[in-house]
Each structure stands twice: as C-alpha cells, then as structure tokens.
Design a protein around this ligand. Sequence first.
Ligand code: WT7
Length: 637
Amino acid sequence: MKHYPYQIGTMAEYQTAYAESLNYPDQFWSGIAENFVWHRKWDKVLDWNFKEPAIRWFEGAQLNITENCLDRHAATAPDRLALVWEPNHPQEAVRRYTYAELLQAVNQCARVLLAMGVQKGDRVCIYMGMVPELAIATLACARIGAIHSVIFGGFSAQSIADRVEDAQASFVITCDRAYRGNKSIPLKAVVDEALLKTESVKKVLVYQRTGEACAMDASRDLWWHEAMERVSTDFLPATVMDAEDMLFILYTSGSTGKPKGVVHTCAGYMVWTNYTFVNVFQYRPGQVHFCTADIGWITGHSYILYGPLSAGATSLLFEGIPTYPDAGRFWDICDKHSVNILYTAPTAIRSLMSFGDGPFEGKSLNSLEVLGSVGEPINEEAWHWYQDKAGKGTLPVVDTWWQTETGGILISNLAGVTPAKPSFATLPLPGIEPVLVDEQGNRLEGPNVSGNLCIAKPWPGMLRTTYGDHERCRTNYFSAYKDLYFTGDGCLRDENGFYRITGRVDDVLNVSGHRIGTAEVENAINLHHEVVESAVVGYPHDIKGQGIFAYVIASSDIKTDDVLRQHILNAVTKTIGAIAKPDKILFVKGLPKTRSGKIMRRILRKIAEGEYAAIGDTTTLLDPAVVEEIIQSAKVL
Ligand code: WT7
C-alpha cells in the first residue's frame, strides 16, 4: 500500500487515497487512526454485515473522545482558543475559552454530573440555547461516558417527553431561557411541562442565561452556577471507553411514526468527524471555523464540537440568528472574529440573498478562505451568490452531502483540491462507495444515471443502531436493497462521476434544513378533535427549500374557517414545535385514495406544486371526482 498524507492536498492524492480506502480498508483506516490518542489500540479494524446490521470499527480499542478534543491540545497549545462565543445581542461581551480553559470547564461540569449521580452509560438529555455551557455540558457527558441526547431548543414539551421516555433518560440539562433574535424563550418552563408526562428524570441542572424569574423544584432542580461552586476544580481523568460504546443518541425524523434515536459510538465517529473536517475544509492549524448550525442538530455535533475540537481548531459558537439585529450579522461576525471557514445552510443563504447587497457594505470579509454548504440541495443561483458575495468570486465552495445517520460528510468536494460544480456535492470521500439503484434494486452503472442513493460499504462514522429498537434500524436503512445502506435520497451521477443529490424520495421533508416526517405532522394535526383526516406533503418554497402543505378533512359540523386553521397550527406547535407548522392548510371534503385505501401522495404533491396538468391518470382512484374538487379549492387558497 502506498503512503499518503492524512490531509489530501491534490487531486492525485485524492485519487490514491480513494482507491486505497476501497482496496485495502483495514490498512487505510488503521493508518488514519494512528493520528489519535488511544488507551489501547484496536485488535481488528472492521467487522461487519449489513444483514443484521452489525458494524464494529476498531474493536478492542479504548479511548475517550474528550482526550482527543481537549487534553492533547491543552498539552501542546494550551493558550490556543478552542471556543469563541458570540452572543445573540452584539453589544454583550464575547466569551472565549482556550483549550486549557475548556478542558478545565468540562472537567468541572463532569464533576457536577458525577455529584448528581450520573454514571457511565446513563442517558442525559440536553435542552439548551447556544451558550458555551451547551458545549461544556455535552463534552462533560462524553468525559464520564454518559450518553448525551441533545434536543434542539425549538422542540415542544411533548417532543422532549417522547425523547426522554424513549431513551429512559435520568437527567436533563437546560437553561432558564434562551435568547434568539428579539425573543426570549422559556426553556426551563418547557422542560417542566415535559417532565409532567414522563417519570424517568431524577435531576435537572439549570444554567442561568437570562436571569428572569424561573420556577425551581427544590427536590429535583439545581442551578448550574451553584453546583459548579460546590465541586473541585481539579483535573478529572477521562473515563476509558470501548471503541463501540455509545457516545450519543440524536433523534431524527423518518417516514413513519415517532422520531428515532440514531446511535453513534466513540471511536468511529471521532475518526470520521476529524478526517472529514480536516479534508473537506482543508483546515490549517490555527484557523477559525464558524459553523452556523445549532448543536441540537448533527451538523453542530460534528462540525462545531467533535470535528473542529479534535483537530485543535478555534470553533465559533453563535447564539443568535442570521437576521438579528440585521441581515449583515454573519458578515459582522466574520470580520469581528477573523473567521476563516464559514459553514452554513442554503436556506440561510437564500434568506440573506433577499436583502440585496446592503448588508455587505463596510464589511471586509478578508479573513474568509473556505465556504461550506450543508443541509439540503443548494440551487445554482444561491451557490453563485454565496461564492460571489461572501467569497468575492474566488473562494472555494464545498457542497457537503450527509445525514444524521452518516455522522459526518460522505460526498463533497475538498476545498480548492478537487473540482467544484454548482449544485453538485461531487465526489465521495475515501471509504465511501455510492451506488445508485432503481426501484427494483438494480444497480445503475456508468455516467448520466439517476436513482436511489445507497452506500455499499461501512464507514467509521455511520450509525450503529436506533436506540432501543435495532429492528427499526434494519428495516429503515438496510432492508430496502440487499446488502446496501439506503439513504432515502434521490441522486444523479453525471458524465464525470459527480453526484448531485436531488432530494428525499421517502415521506421526509426538508424544511429550512430541518428534517420533518410527514407522518409526524399528520399525527399532530389529527390529534385535533375537529379533524377527521389529513395528508401532508412538501412543495417547493423559495427560502425554506420545501414548505409544508396540509390537506385537512374537518368534521362536517365545523365551519372550515380561520379559527380551525389557527387551532391546527397551535396543535402542531404544541406536539412537535414551531418548525413543523404547515405553511398552507387546505380544507377538503375527501382525499384521493386508491381502491385499497392508500392516499395518492403523488397527486397531492402535484396539486401543492400547482402542476395541475401533470397529475396524470386518476381513473384508478376510488373517487376520481375528489381530485377536481381539490384542484378548484387549491386554486383559490
Ligand atoms: C438530509 C439529511 C447533514 C446535516 C444536516 C441535515 C439533505 C443534507 C445535503 C446536500 C443535498 C442534502 C438530504 C439528506 N441534505 N446535505 N449538501 N445536498 N441534500 O441532516 O437532518 O439528517 O438530513 O438532508 O436529503 O438525506 P439531516
């Protein structure tokens, strides 16, 4: 096997690394894994089958991911900045943590968790705003081998209760409130409401962010600042973990039922987030990396916390939103903190586009070197605008395709190293073997084909199971096509072998980069007593990528008016969260169904898109007349 560097620097090196990774995976990944700190090295690099599935990387190895993210940099570069925190309100003070300081804070928080009774393997739910303490709490769990389950701060009490219950979490870490733009959101009150619905939680740790009045239950709730005062500030040795011990659970939506708890394990996830961070963004020591995602999503886990910190980068944590106090906020932050790498989402780019050039006035953006996009397909117009305005027409843009389940980036160009092509994620990373299949599972070979995107071999960062329900993992990802991991995405391969992701082919929506199952939204709508039945589909939306279109049959004695519409929006907000609120609600008398009772979503999607002429044959429907009725009311919505 040829020697190649950890960081790929040329197209030729990419080609060598890619070939080696597929031809000699064991040698390749053990070479990569040499770049980390281990308590014990692996006996076997990889053991796998996709049938069960059973995927084990670096079997026999022992480590703690926080030693790789913190201790090793605190030893060699203690004064380098690990975290820079930019508050929601620009006039509030920036907070900075060097690697030595972040290690100290994580250890102190880990001692608080130990004092609360948290043990290795316990599940800890974290529901916080984007404050440094969120990063600290998450890493503190990893320090002591507790399994973190971070829940995005926009989710409802019911969503928290479902996730606490599913994971049987015994501890919650939250904030009194969170600032977001000109709002202050009562996180602790939402947690209190959630915990009325479930029994498993023993203690709640509360970080005081805003200081507004906040109910505390003396038998259950502790203030972060008081608990931190009570513990020693001494070094805390990391708990030694097995390679395949669980690191975290992250809940994500699927095409059916309730969100599933995607499980990632210690060693493989660490290797994958580090390797992809260093290569895709072409990270150089000392650079400042600004990922605008929330830590409540996988992007934040992998590219605010574990990837950048394991690489020794300076990671910027932003509490606010792109348009507060104005639409120049990202550019202000880039200048203020000399950001080198900016990683954001197409929905943010499209939203900023609508404000024109004004927000760029007086901004230098001279520190920027690499631009990244993630979360949904980026249209060509947005791609070019991003490169022209933020990148002054010259900076490399990486379009990174991946999923909660993949742990890190699978398909992307490498900044300035491999070619870019607007709206294409382009080429797979080493270790990734994409396969396109048709509906019958036939592999589509060669250039210029479109099909369902699958991955043929395991990679270190892939999910291992869905928490508490391995069979669900198997049926969701490994049963559609034999011996393949199925992504749920449609994809095209062009004449150069570049991949373009065309969007989900299942009943999962991508709204502003947030993943939402249509079945979840339908369940929430159906909870309303005046609703008989509903069907939810996505439709193209200029800013959000996809909008949510709900067809609702209301009970006959109800006037289908704005009051019911408002009730439905409230029900969805209460059951899932405001991110899942339908953009359009159309009251209908019936839904297009087959004779066996299956809702014809394809027809509903066409109507939502306004493509009335493309609906096609409706004669096989139970009641074809219903389609014409829906079209007439859709036209006047
Ligand atoms: C789905 C995964 C990956 C972290 C954020 C979302 C879509 C993601 C791209 C991209 C086209 C993309 C896919 C994927 N997606 N990145 N660069 N180009 N589509 O994670 O919530 O797990 O959603 O997001 O449809 O399956 P997620």
